[in-house]
Design a protein around this ligand. Structure first.
Ligand SMILES: CC/C=C\C/C=C\CCCC/C=C/C(=O)SCCNC(=O)CCNC(=O)[C@H](O)C(C)(C)COP(=O)(O)OP(=O)(O)OC[C@H]1O[C@@H](n2cnc3c(N)ncnc32)[C@H](O)[C@@H]1OP(=O)(O)O
Length: 280
């Protein structure tokens, strides 16, 4: 049975955890076949708060260091939402020190995911804007559920902000320069068929087959000897990652300057207000 391959690892935000005695991320070692599942669980929309980013990095590090694991399926535990992207409240009305800590955590997660030695398969079972899309783009393969609501893309310009150069590089490396340029400038969120057409995802399948498809794809990738696949991945990705590694502090300073501007704070606040007013 395909399910027998899978082990469970749940990332939760601390505020949603039951007793404090429980560990934040649960890493069960029952699995024998070396595939873990990271399920993002930060209701209501799986926004990537500082806490979730940090926990994600810790969980990945544990898996990287545990040689029984060779692959990870990244998916969501929030119905209909893969991830709403970076937590906008972390970028609004906070101190410079907080922005710096938050941005370093975003960088760290991207670097860990993008250069991971593990095979990473994104099982995208919900809408996936901006930072949510970025997480999937760092994976080796993307399976998207065929639901017209499940848009995916880097929509930063629609918030009045700019996708940083390494977000842009990740997209260019996936869909090519022209598609990325158009998608980034217009802040396009692609419905499944379009996402498949432009190469933003590798497969679109019925919603109830996302997980089993991710497992089948994983088996195919794990059939390749690890050392050869890992070196090849590094050859393809390290030059892009190195561009950020060489200027992480400058990138943080740039973020601080940008996000602290009154005009950017105003844009982010207006966007958040619009989201909140949607209900009422
Ligand atoms: C070197 C660098 C230089 C310069 C860079 C400078 C700037 C930095 C840019 C950084 C790049 C940014 C990346 C991002 O990821 S920004 C986030 C983008 N995300 C989005 O646009 C998605 C917004 N959300 C939605 O569209 C919807 O919420 C969604 C996901 C479709 C779900 O819809 P629905 O189920 O109807 O749920 P609600 O909209 O009602 O939302 C419920 C609840 O969640 C709050 N919320 C939603 N998204 C976020 C978020 N990203 N962060 C924080 N909070 C979010 C929403 O406000 C509601 O809150 P409430 O209090 O009303 O319950």
């Amino acid at each position: 049975m395909a399910q027998d391959l899978v082990d469970g690892l749940l990332i939760k935000a601390r505020s949603h955890l039951p007793p404090p005695s429980e560990p934040l991320g649960k890493l069960s070692k029952r699995d024998r076949k070396g595939v873990a599942v990271i399920k993002l669980k930060n209701p209501p929309v799986n926004s990537l708060s500082l806490e979730v980013l940090t926990e994600f990095v810790i969980s990945l590090e544990k898996l990287e260091n545990d040689k029984t694991f060779r692959g990870v399926i990244v998916t969501s535990d929030c119905p209909g939402i893969f991830s709403a992207g970076l937590d906008l409240t972390e970028m609004c009305g906070k101190s410079q020190a907080h922005y710096a800590e938050f941005w370093r955590a975003v960088q760290e997660l991207w670097l860990r995911l993008y250069l991971s030695n593990l095979v990473l398969i994104a099982a995208i079972n919900g809408v996936s804007p901006a930072g949510g899309c970025l997480i999937s783009l760092t994976c080796d393969y993307r399976v998207l559920a065929d639901n017209p609501k499940y848009n995916i893309g880097l929509n930063e310009t629609l918030l009045g902000v700019v996708a940083p150069s390494w977000f842009k590089d990740t997209l260019v490396n996936t869909v090519g320069h022209r598609t990325a340029e158009r998608a980034l400038q217009l802040g396009l969120l692609f419905p499944p068929a379009e996402a498949l057409r432009v190469g933003m995802v590798d497969q679109v399948v019925p919603e109830d087959q996302v997980h089993s498809t991710a497992l089948s794809v994983m088996a195919q990738w794990l059939a390749v000897p690890d050392h050869a696949r890992q070196l090849t991945k590094s050859l393809m990705r390290k030059p892009t990652a190195d561009r950020l590694v060489k200027q992480r502090d400058a990138d943080i300073q740039y973020f601080l300057q940008f996000v602290s501007r009154d005009s950017i704070q105003k844009s982010l606040r207006m966007y958040l207000d619009k989201l909140r007013q949607k209900k009422g």
